[in-house]
Design a protein around this ligand. Structure first.
Ligand SMILES: Cc1cc2nc3c(=O)[nH]c(=O)nc-3n(C[C@H](O)[C@H](O)[C@H](O)COP(=O)(O)OP(=O)(O)OC[C@H]3O[C@@H](n4cnc5c(N)ncnc54)[C@H](O)[C@@H]3O)c2cc1C
Length: 433
């Protein structure tokens, strides 16, 4: 088989599917290829899918804010029929723990004030009033499980920030399949269960891909949206050495722990970016508390081969649950903690790469660093605009596209997400972005 289309997207995760949706809406013939049998079954399916607007950089926060209305009205974003079963967005609000080492969240307040992100300052008493099972103690820094100082407390937090415009998507895989359906309604084709083995070139330009059944697919535009495999696809394309920012796969775990007895955390729980305990948490279906990590210094980072890693949870999930138990003292930590293990596609500064490459026609939407599920709708639009800009002969490297973010008055200079940027020192260098 050798077929031709206008654009190939490698990866049918939330990012690749959202790009396909926009390219198809723009009238392009687009084919998405994924080695999995279902769209969204890569790292997206285990995403905590928290939708929040606080980021450590102004551009990062603006990108997140721009996406927010698309989750509030997911059906409208998709143009879905009334009877389609859609992933649901639950707005519950997000806390941010403030303490000396994160400069009491002042930078986030400045960013929020600059671009009009609503937030409130909560005293520990107010936090307790809103979430009675929460203990607003100050535990920073996070410690290893065998540290004799584990759970030692230094008074209470002075205050917390509360961002009311935040929530989560109950089912990130369904959300991806919803976007796939929207893309298909506009003519996109998804080839699932086939692996891209090579990226083809002709005359200094990308020309297509080879699949694991030996077939080839030709296109003048190929987009790498392969998540944690991004560096492998870039190596196939021969563009990895022409980038200042690299990506690699980080193995992470998320613990799913039952809420304290008698409290309906699923109904009344909030989200929290809780660097004070070195993690984050949110409500989960089945009245559970889902507890992730914010990569505290004492935890070694586990860089892995995305084709060969341990998919079972380990003692790390239990450690995260123990840290969560500092915040929820009535929450028991089971001997065998349930949860998931999956991968982030981490860039050198934990800020994504949405860019062209040194190979004409080959683009990348990668390095999502555990924090870009929420940004997929606008990333789709931005990548579509970037492809048009470059294919029209503009020099994006010299004159980066200024992308007008939807739903707000803000032009995002795409140098922010360039593969050739300098490391962005404003980043948190963690999943917070
Ligand atoms: C545990 C966890 C928690 C997270 N929590 C949040 C959160 O709360 N909020 C948030 O905004 N973000 C979060 N993220 C990050 C977010 O989920 C990711 O940024 C996003 O899902 C990445 O989507 P993607 O489409 O780039 O990657 P993926 O979903 O991994 O998709 C890439 C696809 O490429 C395919 N592929 C790879 N190589 C090939 C090949 N050679 N041929 C064919 N197909 C190939 C894979 O099969 C895969 O389906 C989290 C991530 C994880 C893992």
């Amino acid at each position: 088989m050798s077929e031709r289309c206008e654009a190939i997207i490698i990866g049918a995760g939330i990012i690749g599917s959202a790009i396909a949706y926009e390219l198809a809406k723009a009238g392009k013939s687009v084919v998405v290829i994924d080695k999995n049998a279902i769209a969204g079954a890569g790292s997206t399916c285990n995403s905590c899918a928290i939708i929040r607007t606080h980021y450590s950089t102004l551009d990062g926060a603006a990108l997140a804010k721009s996406n927010y209305p698309f989750w509030e009205d997911f059906s409208g974003y998709l143009g879905a029929a009334g009877d389609e079963v859609l992933a649901t967005y639950r707005e519950v609000g997000c806390l941010y723990t403030c303490f000396e080492e994160n400069k009491f969240g002042k930078k986030l307040e400045e960013i929020a004030n600059t671009i009009g992100i609503p937030y409130e300052v909560w005293t520990p008493a107010k936090a307790r009033a809103n979430l009675p099972i929460m203990h607003p103690g100050h535990f920073h820094p996070a410690k290893a499980a065998d540290d004799p100082e584990f759970a030692s407390q230094d008074g209470e937090m002075r205050y917390l920030l509360f961002f009311p415009k935040a929530g989560y998507i109950s089912d990130p895989l369904l959300a991806t399949r919803n976007i796939q359906s929207a893309a298909e309604r506009h003519g996109a084709t998804f080839i699932l269960g086939k692996r891209v083995m090579d990226v083809l070139k002709d005359g200094g330009r990308v020309s297509g891909v080879t699949l694991d059944d030996g077939s080839t697919l030709s296109a003048p535009v190929v987009v790498n949206a392969s998540g944690p495999h991004s560096y492998k696809i870039n190596e196939m394309a021969g563009v990895a050495d022409d980038m200042n920012i690299g990506t690699k796969a980080l193995r992470v775990e998320v613990a799913h722990v039952p809420s304290p007895a008698g409290f309906d955390f699923e109904k009344w729980g909030l989200i929290c970016s809780d660097a004070d305990i070195g993690g984050y948490w949110r409500p989960e279906v089945g009245n559970k508390i889902l507890i992730g990590s914010e990569e505290p210094e004492c935890d070694p980072l586990e860089w892995v081969d995305p084709d060969d890693y341990n998919t079972e949870v380990t003692e790390q999930a239990r450690l995260q649950a123990m840290r969560g138990a500092q915040r929820f003292p009535d929450m028991g930590v089971p001997n065998s903690v349930q949860g998931i293990a999956d991968l982030y596609d981490v860039s050198d500064d934990w800020i994504p790469i949405y860019d062209r490459s040194s190979l004409e026609g080959f683009y990348m939407a990668i390095g999502t660093s555990g924090n870009q599920f929420k940004n997929a709708p606008v990333v789709g639009k931005m990548m579509s605009a970037l492809i048009d800009y470059c294919e029209a002969g503009n020099d994006h490297d010299a004159n980066p596209l200024q992308f007008a973010l939807p739903n707000m008055d803000y032009a995002l200079g795409m140098k922010f997400c360039s593969r050739n940027r300098e490391i962005n020192r404003e980043s948190s260098f963690s999943v917070v972005g």
